[in-house]
Ligand binder design. Structure first.
Ligand code: PLP
Length: 395
């Protein structure tokens, strides 16, 4: 009896998500413990996607300006979807960048980063038993958010050469229950940037089935010379999830938005469903201070050059030691082939050399590890002997 009651007191699904940390978080926690134990300079922590570049000066200036507002205004609730003038400024910026008619203030719903935006989209769309396609390798939290919305996460392997979606494989995975497809370009973990051609072919396959494409775009501004297509121009039934976590280095401030583009079929109904999902999940309004701050920083460029420098430095070390990797066209990760089939075993061997690399299994594929290039240059330079020792240990 006592056992039964102990079980009933918590929701089993929530308990298991809480009791089993994501492998990224687990490795980051291990790295933090090692840094405390042996000194931070002896640990080469490539585990997290936490930007290593400081937020631009414009952010601080906007915060200082916002602090002059009366406290009740500055810290008060905003409308659930966000401040009207902030949404208008974001819509105007999108229309300047992607063409008139790309966005309206009414089609924007501000929330707590891409994480909350994706959860809101999924809850706005899904009914129990629906299916959502993800392209593997994929950001592991997608599965948590899809399952929490009562749906089934269907993994479809990416094209193994380009890491773009394999359109034929997506077509084969569609069933009568498929409601949505999540794409993430620039991609975490592979750095792939999906071409307009691939996206148009994907659109042609999902359009007849009325599938909603959810474009998860926290890395949109972090592309190394590649053009990142504006997906709603290729497929009307697209919801865009954006975040300032990476582009403005503000991951802890929890600010981003969902856009229902004006061309989305029955867009007003979709906007209401997003508002309802936000309400269901308890997201009353996005952080008020940072709504104001990002509205003043919309044209501030991301510091792509700094991440590109890191990428050059790390790939030089990998080249010297004979590692194979996918050259990223965006985001700030390197997707590296493991030197044995078991990615977890490889990651553990790297860990013994204080090299923290996330095994690919939690991204839904075997045989790779992810190294974040959003670390200090010093970490990369100091890690060279550990990479050499790792390669050497397999010879
Ligand atoms: N989607 C992807 C692909 C990510 O890599 C991340 C964070 O690393 C998120 C969503 C969540 O980002 P946010 O901080 O905006 O919630």
């Amino acid at each position: 009896m006592a056992v039964v009651e102990r079980k009933r007191i918590v929701n089993e699904q929530s308990y298991s998500y809480g009791a089993t940390k994501s492998s990224i978080r687990e490795l980051a926690a291990y790295a933090a413990a090692r840094k405390a134990e042996i000194g931070p300079e002896k640990v080469f922590d490539f585990s997290l996607g936490n930007p290593s570049i400081p937020a631009p000066d414009e952010v601080r200036e906007a915060i200082e300006r916002a602090l002059t507002l009366p406290s009740t205004q500055l810290h008060g609730y905003t409308p659930a979807a966000g401040l009207p003038d902030v949404r208008a400024a974001i819509a105007a910026s999108l229309n300047r960048r992607f063409g008139e008619g790309s966005a309206t203030a009414d089609g924007l719903y501000l929330s707590c980063g891409a994480a909350a935006c994706l959860s809101i989209c999924l809850h706005a769309l899904l009914n129990p038993g629906d299916e959502v396609i993800v392209i593997a390798p994929y950001f592991p939290e997608y599965r948590v958010w899809i399952e929490t919305a009562g749906a089934v996460c269907v993994e479809v392997p990416a094209n193994e050469r380009t890491f773009e979606p394999d359109v034929d494989a997506v077509a084969a995975a569609i069933t009568g229950r498929t409601r949505a497809l999540i794409v993430n370009s620039p991609n975490n973990p592979t750095g792939a940037v999906y071409s307009a051609d691939t996206l148009a072919r994907l659109a042609a396959v999902i359009e007849p089935c009325g599938i909603v494409l959810i474009a998860d775009e926290p890395y949109r501004e972090l592309a190394y010379g590649a053009e990142v297509p504006w997906i709603p121009a290729l497929y009307a039934r697209t919801l865009v999830c954006y975040s300032y976590s990476k582009s403005l280095s503000l991951p802890g401030e929890r600010i981003g938005w969902v856009l229902v583009p004006p061309a989305f079929p029955e867009s007003a109904r979709m906007v209401s469903a997003l508002a309802g999902a936000g309400r269901k999940l308890g997201f009353v309004c996005a952080p008020a201070l940072f709504q104001r701050v990002v509205a003043e920083c919309l044209d501030v460029p991301a510091n792509v050059a700094a991440y590109e420098e890191n990428l050059k430095a790390l790939t030089a070390i990998l080249d010297e030691n004979g590692f194979t990797y996918i050259m990223p066209r965006g985001a700030f990760y390197l997707w590296i082939r493991t030197l044995e089939p078991d990615a977890d075993a490889f990651s553990k061997r790297a860990r013994a050399l204080e090299l923290m690399l996330v095994a690919s299994d939690s991204f839904g594929v075997p045989g790779w590890v992810r190294a974040g290039t959003c670390v200090s240059r010093d970490t990369i330079d100091r890690s060279a002997p550990a990479w050499a020792a790792l390669a050497q240990s397999y010879r």
